[in-house]
Every structure is written in structure tokens, then in C-alpha cells.
Design a protein around this ligand. Structure first.
Ligand SMILES: Cc1ncc(COP(=O)(O)O)c(C=O)c1O
Length: 474
């Protein structure tokens, strides 16, 4: 567990409690006004019900200007954020014609390929002219172009597997592949903080799902042993197959998966391993080949390697890489391959080109820690969650950063290690920025952190070089 100062924990709980209590009170009075103004619901139940709706109305809407900010340029190192205003206490936001040029710490454009690139962009434009924005067909009909075959070969080589299959969307890759691989009588053991696309894929598969504690191999082993001993529900027959699903870098926590330990356990209990590398492929490893390269894991030991092209490659879509037999089987059976349009040709070209120029580099979050922030995640990870904790500090922090031309992503964690389901600010480092900009951005964060009081630890003295970066930012 992360130990946070007692006062911070207390004020965080108090702040959430206050928001919840006032929200409930307002809902209570709203029921009366609705009852009087109601023009008869004709027997229908309200379409939006439950705690999620309560959260949106009573918490989110009040600070919604901190989320979903419209962007009017490419997700480059600097981008244009469209300014908005509200006349009704933030219930609705209207766009203005004003633009703020901000340092971009909010996109997953880890290697900068999503912005104009001297190698990739001309090739993408050529592919757009030669093919079209869409194939208008599924892969098995008229949607397989020379580019798709080239892309699959390129991806398989890059990740170190014999074959690969690509899809038009990363989310769909997980949510449609898992049900093809697993079904009734199967057991999926999923990390508790896996991405929603994995959760939906696992739910849609009909397999039994068990969850192990976030990135904890010892608990994975416990769950595996217990489940193998118990077998299938009611019949207690042995499981038809078992699959363990983990992520290479956890998207919200920024931590690397304990892959070598997890693989060893999977081998011991004869369970398949499914690795989602959405955030690690391209971003980590000496040559950008992901967590296997970084942690010295043989890719032959990972049965299903999944990844997306939306992050490091600056494109869209997802892939599955594995044995030739596995990929062939998926090509015959996966609905996203059979019925959905294939990945757009310019998007495919962008991936091919970016793979050709990828160079791996490290991001580091140590500067932020030295400044007194509580930073989660691993050193090699480009995602850096900085704990804000108190919900009241979200709008203060987000709005102040925007004023100082730095765009950040705010979020809520479901990580049980974070007291009171704390709030964090999420920054994404791209290698595209000019020298000093990343550091300059961190110094703005540091200044705003001082202002709103989210430095929960003593800071180390600031260096001369950092002062220079801050001057460059303004
Ligand atoms: C771990 C993980 N898997 C899958 C996806 C879905 O990928 P995409 O955004 O490319 O659809 C994401 C999205 O961020 C993710 O974080």
C-alpha cells in the first residue's frame, strides 16, 4: 500500500464524502421537482440509472471543462487546445474561436509519429492517393490489399513471432479475439487492472473469469492452483483450457508487467499467456520491441501477443501475433476479420513506415519525484501517473496547467493500492518535443503542484539546467 500523509487521506475522504452527500441531497429534491414537472413517463423506466449517472451529474459535470478538451491540430509536441466557456455552471460548454497553444503531455504519441514526419507522412499521402481512405470491404471480401499483407509480415518480424493478423481498431482486437480463443468450459485469469477491451472480450467469451491482484504473480499462482483443483463450476471437470491475460505496461498505472515471473507460473501450470502491449510496443526495449525485449523474455514463451498502433506508431488499429497455426485459425474464425472493414490503407502505411524508423529511447519520471510529487509507474514507462488524491484539486490543477499552456489528462484510478480510489494526473511523454520542453512542462507542473498543494513529499533543490528549460517554455 502507498502510505500518504494522514491529513491528505482525511481531506480526500472528506471531500468525496461532501460531494456525495450534497449530490444525494440535490437528487432528493430533484425527485420532487421532476414529479411536479413530469409529463408522464408512460410506464418507461428512466434510461439512465444508477451510480454512474449520479457520478456524471453531481461530480463530473461540475468540472467537465477539465476533460474532453477539443484539439484543433495534430497531437504534436505542442498542440492547439480550443477554449470553451459555459453559461450554465458547466452543464454545457460552448466552443470559442480562441486557441491555446499547449505543450502536449496528454497524447499517447510516444514516439512523435502522429505528427508530421519527414519519412512517414509523404508515404502515407502516396498511399492515400494510390488506394483510398477505406477499403470499404472486409478482409475476406475485397479488403485485403498488398499493404495489409506487408503490414502483417512487418508486425510479425517486429514483435518476433512467426505470423500476425491486423485489425482496424485496438479495442476490437481484444474484444473480438478473446471470445474466439476462449469459450464455455475455459478459464480466463485476468489482471484486476486490465483494460476495458480485455474485460469486455473476456465477458463476451462465455468462459469463466477469475481475477488476480494487480501485477502480483504470487496471487496469480494462488488463483491458478485453486481453480485447477476445483475445476469447472458444478461438474468439477478439468478446464478445457486456461489463459492468463496481462498488459505489458499498465495504461493507467504506468508500471511494467512482471512478465518473467508470470510466464514461469503459466508454464508451470500449463496455462496460455496473452500479453497486451498497447503501451509497451515501440515505446520500450532497446529497439522498441516491447516488454519482452526490455525484460529479456523469449517471445516464444508468450502464446498470444497483442498490441495496438494508436500509441507509438501514431496510427490506428491493433494486431495479434503468434504461431502460424494460431493466426491461420483467427483468419478463419474472427468476426472482426470476417465482417468488419479492414484497416484503412493510409493507416496501414503509417505503421509500416513508422516501424521502419523506430528507435527506442527511455523516458524518466525521476525529476517529478525529486520535485516532491508522488509518481507511480516504472522508470522506462512513458506514462507517468502523478497522485493528486483530493477531487477538489482536479479542476484547480487542470485549469491552472491549461492557463500555463500545458495539457494534461486527469483520471480516477481503480487501483486498490491507492487510498480512497484517489485521483491522479496522467502525463504522457513523447520523444517528439524539442530539447528541454519535456523538462519545461514538468517545471510548470511543479509550479502548479506548489500552488494547489499536491506535493506530498519534501522536494529536492531545483537545478540550474531546469531553470533554463522553464525560461524556454515561456
Ligand atoms: C491496454 C490497452 N489495450 C487496448 C486498448 C485499445 O486500443 P485502441 O485505443 O487502439 O483501440 C487500449 C487503449 O488505450 C489499452 O490501453
Amino acid at each position: 500500500m502507498i502510505a500518504i500523509p494522514y491529513l491528505t487521506a482525511l481531506t480526500t475522504y472528506f471531500s468525496y464524502g461532501l460531494l456525495f452527500a450534497f449530490g444525494q441531497l440535490r437528487d432528493f429534491f430533484r425527485k420532487f421537482t421532476d414529479w411536479f414537472s413530469s409529463n408522464n413517463l408512460q410506464g418507461y423506466a428512466p434510461i439512465c440509472l444508477g451510480l454512474e449517472d449520479f457520478y456524471i451529474r453531481r461530480l463530473y459535470l461540475r468540472i467537465q471543462d477539465c476533460f474532453g478538451r477539443p484539439i484543433s491540430s495534430a497531437p504534436d509536441a505542442w498542440f492547439d487546445v480550443v477554449e470553451r466557456f459555459s453559461n450554465d455552471n458547466n452543464k454545457t460548454l460552448k466552443r470559442t474561436t480562441k486557441i491555446s497553444r499547449c505543450l502536449n503531455l496528454g497524447s499517447y504519441n510516444y514516439l512523435g509519429f502522429a505528427a508530421s514526419d519527414e519519412y512517414c507522412t509523404p508515404r502515407v499521402i502516396d498511399s492515400l492517393k494510390r488506394y483510398s481512405p477505406s477499403t470499404c470491404s472486409s478482409r475476406v471480401d475485397g479488403g485485403t490489399m498488398a499493404l495489409h499483407a506487408e503490414l502483417e509480415k512487418c508486425v510479425a518480424n517486429f514483435v518476433g513471432k512467426p505470423a500476425a493478423i491486423v485489425f482496424g481498431m485496438g479495442y476490437v482486437t481484444n474484444s473480438s479475439i478473446i471470445p474466439v480463443l476462449m469459450g464455455k468450459g475455459g478459464l480466463i485469469i485476468s489482471d484486476s487492472l486490465n483494460h476495458n477491451s480485455i474485460i469486455n472480450g473476456a465477458r463476451g467469451s462465455g468462459a469463466t473469469i477469475r481475477v488476480f491482484q494487480y501485477n502480483t504473480p504470487a496471487h496469480l499462482e494462488e488463483v491458478l492452483r485453486e481453480q485447477i483443483a476445483e475445476g469447472q463450476p458444478r461438474t468439477h471437470r478439468p478446464w478445457k483450457k486456461i489463459m492468463v491475460i496481462v498488459e505489458g505496461i499498465y495504461s493507467m498505472e504506468g508500471e511494467l508487467c512482471k512478465l518473467p515471473e508470470i510466464i514461469a507460473i503459466c508454464k508451470k501450470y500449463k496455462a496460455y499467456t496473452y500479453l497486451d502491449e498497447a503501451h509497451s510496443i515501440g515505446a520500450v526495449g532497446k529497439t522498441g520491441r516491447g516488454v519482452c525485449e526490455l525484460l529479456g523474455v523469449d517471445t516464444a514463451d508468450v502464446d498470444v501477443m497483442m498490441g495496438t498502433f494508436t500509441k507509438s506508431f501514431g496510427s490506428c488499429g491493433g494486431y495479434i501475433a503468434g504461431s502460424k497455426e494460431l493466426i491461420q485459425y483467427l483468419k478463419y474464425t474472427c468476426p472482426a476479420h470476417l465482417y468488419a472493414p479492414s484497416i484503412s490503407p493510409p493507416a496501414a502505411q503509417q505503421i509500416i513506415s513508422s516501424i521502419k524508423v523506430i528507435l527506442g529511447e527511455d523516458g524518466t519520471n525521476r525529476e517529478l519525484q525529486k520535485m516532491g510529487f508522488e509518481v507511480l509507474g516504472d522508470n522506462d514507462s512513458p506514462i507517468m501517473p502523478i497522485m493528486v488524491y483530493n477531487p477538489a484539486k482536479i479542476p484547480a490543477f487542470s485549469r491552472e496547467c491549461l492557463k500555463q499552456n500545458v495539457a494534461v489528462v486527469m483520471g480516477f484510478s481503480s487501483n486498490p493500492a491507492i487510498v480512497g480510489k484517489g485521483t491522479y494526473m496522467h502525463i504522457c511523454i513523447s520523444y517528439q518535443g524539442r530539447p528541454g520542453e519535456g523538462l519545461g512542462g514538468k517545471l510548470v507542473i511543479s509550479r502548479v503542484g506548489d500552488l494547489v498543494g499536491i506535493k506530498y513529499f519534501p522536494a529536492e533543490p531545483i537545478k540550474q539546467e531546469q531553470d533554463e528549460s522553464l525560461k524556454k517554455l515561456h
